[in-house]
Design a protein around this ligand. Structure first.
Ligand code: GLA
Length: 416
């Protein structure tokens, strides 16, 4: 990590005030007597943000059965499965034609979906698939309009564990066709379509993660959880370039209160290892997705993954931030010029701090000064730098040299 902290070895002072106390749930009559309460049923679907791999960001339209099997193999052999990447998700372009009784067949690239699902399951992984509420997917393949229950049942019969449901042609086929001049009615039609598939999935009796992909239209964070959505895209499509990553981070500031166990804001799949993202940019992207409690769906070329990309994707400390069981999404504490400071409250009273240098020309000769006071902390704070693995101490007004597009990500186990 190129971040250089002027480390203080000062003896840590104690303070009555702790951020942990601020964020920790207050004891209530109910949890004071746990034996007398009825424990809520444990969440079986997405209790933490789903982790896995999706075919779209690298393969786009070219993905085949062979690529999905190879991805499953690689998740196991690279240690990514052990790090938590469980879902192997087939995105668009697996679909063939519907037959005379409405059954949707696969195309030539996917000769036997049940056999493919069995293969993925045999590796101890889960498998996801893709469709949409319109007549066509974004890639122009057959989608689920008027066949929702039939498709959901077919997915369940194949053993599918995850569905990404992408709005695409529903906008033209239904929203614009039925309510050309009524935007509010268009949105009601869209919500009803997602509700319909949510109910169809539930009716199968199989636990299937339900991922809404409608680019954040009409604030899905407000209505998607009620219809069974486990995650919902908050923005348009991510691209493997810095401006796209920053744009998406900005659009997710303010959405923290809508995320929690079983229902997550989705800033889109990971581009780590794709395009021309630098190592710093890959690190910053992955760190910020962890701060945002985002689903971590890698989208890179797993068989040809470079070691430094594997190191990023399998950083257990960063993944632990993302997967923290409290499920409190991080928030942007403050912005100072081109530097953003984000915090995330974690279980056990711990806290993550991310200092992100968004700017392209703010270089290390102008160190940024971190205000702990603005984070509700007094310091000095004993932290672990999650990219170097080293123990560091943060003091108020700490000078931090952060290269352009890089990030400092630390965890404080016991904030003061
Ligand atoms: C949309 C989605 C992408 C991907 C493509 C597939 O653009 O947002 O994530 O699924 O469709 O066609």
């Amino acid at each position: 990590m190129r971040t250089s902290l002027s480390l203080s070895l000062a003896v840590l002072a104690f303070s009555a005030f702790t951020a942990a106390a601020q964020s920790a749930p207050k004891p209530s009559a109910a949890n004071a007597h746990p034996a007398k309460t009825h424990a809520a049923a444990p969440l079986t679907i997405a209790p933490t943000p789903p982790m896995g791999w999706n075919s779209w960001n690298f393969f786009h339209r070219n993905v085949t059965d062979k690529d999905i099997r190879a991805a499953a193999d690689q998740l196991v052999s690279t240690g990514m499965k052990d790090a938590g990447y469980i879902y192997v998700n087939i995105d668009d372009t697996w679909e063939g034609e519907r037959d005379s009784i409405g059954v949707l067949h696969t195309n030539d690239k996917f000769p036997d979906m049940k056999a493919l699902a069995d293969y993925v399951h045999s590796k101890g992984l889960k498998i996801g698939i893709y469709s949409g509420p319109g007549a066509k997917t974004c890639g122009g393949y057959a989608a689920s309009l008027d066949h929702e229950a039939q498709d959901a049942n077919m997915y369940a019969s194949w053993g599918i564990d995850y569905l990404k449901y992408d709005l695409c042609s529903f906008r033209k086929d239904v929203m614009a066709a039925k309510a050309p001049d009524d935007k509010a009615e268009q949105m009601r039609l869209m919500v009803a379509a997602y509700d319909k598939m949510g109910k169809a999935l539930k009716a199968t009796g199989r636990p299937i993660v339900y991922s809404l992909c409608q680019y954040g239209w009409d604030a899905p964070w407000e209505w998607a959880p009620a219809l069974g959505g486990n995650l919902w895209r908050t923005t348009g499509d991510v691209r493997p370039d810095w401006m796209s990553i920053v744009d998406i981070i900005n659009q997710n500031a303010g959405l923290a209160k809508y995320a929690g166990p079983g229902h997550w804001n989705d800033p889109d799949m990971l581009e780590v290892g794709n395009g021309k993202l630098s190592l710093a940019e890959n690190r910053a992207h992955f760190s910020m997705w962890a701060i945002l409690a985002a689903p971590l769906l890698a989208g890179n070329d797993l068989p040809n993954m470079k070691p430094e990309i594997k190191t990023i994707l399998t950083n257990k400390d960063v993944i632990a931030i993302d997967q923290d069981k409290l499920g409190h999404q991080g928030t942007r504490a403050y912005v100072d010029g081109e530097v953003e400071v984000w915090t995330r409250h974690l279980s056990g009273g711990a806290m993550a701090i991310a200092v992100l240098n968004v700017g392209s020309d703010r270089v290390a000769t102008h160190p940024f000064h971190l205000s702990l006071a603005k984070l509700g902390l007094k310091g000095p704070e004993a932290c672990k730098d999650l990219w170097t693995g080293k123990d560091v101490t943060l003091t108020d007004n700490q000078s931090i040299e952060l290269p352009s597009h890089d990030i400092l990500l630390v965890k404080i186990a016991s904030p003061k």
